[in-house]
Design a protein around this ligand. Structure first.
Ligand code: MLT
Ligand code: ZN
Length: 476
């Protein structure tokens, strides 16, 4: 019989061992807030299982005793998806110790990994087998595959390879009651009923805990051509993308929009990084082509495509990376935009997507809304144009008052998200829902869609123990 939270910790410890369950303050502190510092919570204890059977026992116990569980990974969520509430009654379950690459199957072009693997280690294991795992995000040195799966992570190569959901062949999941759904398939074709694994991808720990996955691999890119081009405007960027997909035989792997203001922020706040242009244009794109055929003349082809685009008035200037160091420097410019923006002060973030054909229209309308509704800020709109996904962020002006600026957030968010909805887009393109966008999901989903989501939640987690308060708004 459980007498209270203290007794839950003792019983859990008796069940899986003191090595797995800890309520030491330094362990609890590690999971007390999200990396943006938007949320603070206090866990009852932290479970760090080493094997599947332990996760299973822990969830079975929690389900029986109605103990809320917050699955945690690398803590790089932008939406507070892995932060416990402040009640001190929730158990954080971190899979950081389950970090084995179980097997690489080069002929099957897949890799089987445990959920606690750091993304970069998965990339490295694939490369060691002369294969490529394409998920690439700024946090790849610390984020974990389990988090990438649970949030359906996106990043820099989605245009060519898809989001995390597209990279999964099989999953091993511990259900809320402790039963295990083991489907670590290596099959490309398997039409046997409902695709249950898809339910867990992007469910942000609200339906079960993903413990392992079989992921798709690809031929290793052996040659790359990378350029930073100053484009006439966002509409020209979109046209350039279409042109490049055709000219390259669909070898464009990344196509990122970078405004001049973002380059200014990076040079100002990160003294060791500088742009190749003396004066950034209002808009640049970072474009990369890649091929697994080492002798393919990608640089020549990219140069010709840039030349053709310049003749059509789509771009003014372009710098082609001459070597790997320059290529890395171009990517550092892009990847450090969020950090530079953070250093510049408060920022109102909007992770939106619209059909690519509507991007320029959205930027124009969104910029006017930002100027009108957040006059203490300036627009820093950048991101994955190839996926129709922009980080439509507004940074605080240096002289502005932080708290006054922050009061603008709700009205600006509403106006921008309404505009996105009108254009057939999404208010959360790649960062998920977490706690931050629970209201938005409720607002922008059709009532019957929400009902279906609630029905799935009720079916898989009838006691509501899995990451409560995330994704779906509690009924009230
Ligand atoms: C990025 O693309 O850099 C990330 O998704 C982070 C961000 O929203 O700023
Ligand atoms: Zn992004």
């Amino acid at each position: 019989m459980m007498q209270g939270p203290g007794s839950a910790v003792s019983l859990l410890t008796a069940l899986v061992g003191a090595d797995v369950i800890s309520n030491e303050p330094q362990q609890i502190a590690r999971f007390a807030s999200d990396h943006r510092g938007l949320y603070r919570g206090q866990a009852l204890a932290v479970a760090r299982p080493r094997k599947l059977a332990e996760i299973s026992k822990i969830l079975g116990f929690c389900n029986q005793h109605r103990l809320a569980v917050v699955p945690a990974a690398g803590n790089t969520s932008y939406c507070g998806g892995a932060t416990p509430d402040a009640s001190g009654t929730q158990l954080v379950v971190s899979l950081e110790r389950m970090n084995t690459v179980r097997r690489v199957l080069p002929l099957d072009y897949c890799i089987e990994v445990e959920a606690g693997c750091i993304l970069q280690n998965v990339q490295t294991a694939a490369t060691a087998a002369e294969r490529f795992f394409p998920l690439a995000i700024g946090a790849q040195g610390s984020c974990q595959i389990g988090g990438n799966l649970a949030t359906n992570a996106g990043g820099l190569n989605v245009l060519r390879y898809g989001m995390m959901r597209d990279l999964v062949l099989g999953l091993e999941v511990v259900l809320a009651d402790g039963r295990v759904l083991s489907h670590l398939s290596t099959l490309r074709k398997d039409n046997t009923g409902y695709d249950l694994k898809s339910l867990f991808l992007g469910s942000e720990g609200t339906l079960g805990i993903i413990s392992a996955a079989t992921l798709k691999l690809f031929p290793l890119p052996r040659v790359r051509a990378t350029a930073l081009a100053q484009v006439a405007n966002p509409a020209a960027a979109v046209e350039l993308l279409a042109l490049m997909r055709e000219a390259s035989g669909d070898r464009v792997s990344s196509f990122e929009l970078i405004p001049g203001v973002a380059l200014d922020l990076v040079s100002k706040y990160m003294s060791d990084i500088s742009a190749p242009f003396a004066v950034p244009a209002p808009w640049q794109v970072l474009v990369e082509w890649s091929s697994s055929q080492p002798r393919e003349p990608l640089e020549t082809a990219l140069t010709a495509a840039l030349q053709a685009a310049a003749e059509r008035g789509l771009l003014q200037d372009a710098a082609l990376a001459q070597n790997e160091t320059q290529r890395a420097a171009f990517w550092r410019l892009r990847e450090n935009i969020p950090t530079a923006q953070q250093r510049a002060g408060a920022s109102l973030k909007h992770d939106i997507s619209v059909p690519i054909s509507q991007l320029a229209a959205f930027i124009e309308r969104g910029a006017a809304l930002a100027a009108q509704l957040a006059p203490e800020g300036f627009l820093v709109a950048y991101g994955h144009v190839g996926d129709g996904n922009l980080h439509f962020n507004v940074s605080q002006k240096a002289a502005a008052d932080r708290s006054e600026f922050l009061t603008r957030a709700p009205a600006l968010q509403r106006a921008l998200h309404d505009c996105v909805a009108e254009l057939g887009g999404s208010f959360s393109a790649e960062h998920g829902i977490g706690q931050l966008k629970v209201e938005e999901l409720a607002r922008y989903s059709a009532p019957h869609e929400l009902e279906l989501m609630r029905a799935v939640k009720q079916l898989l987690d009838p006691n509501g123990i899995m990451n409560p308060g995330k994704v779906l708004k509690p009924r009230g």
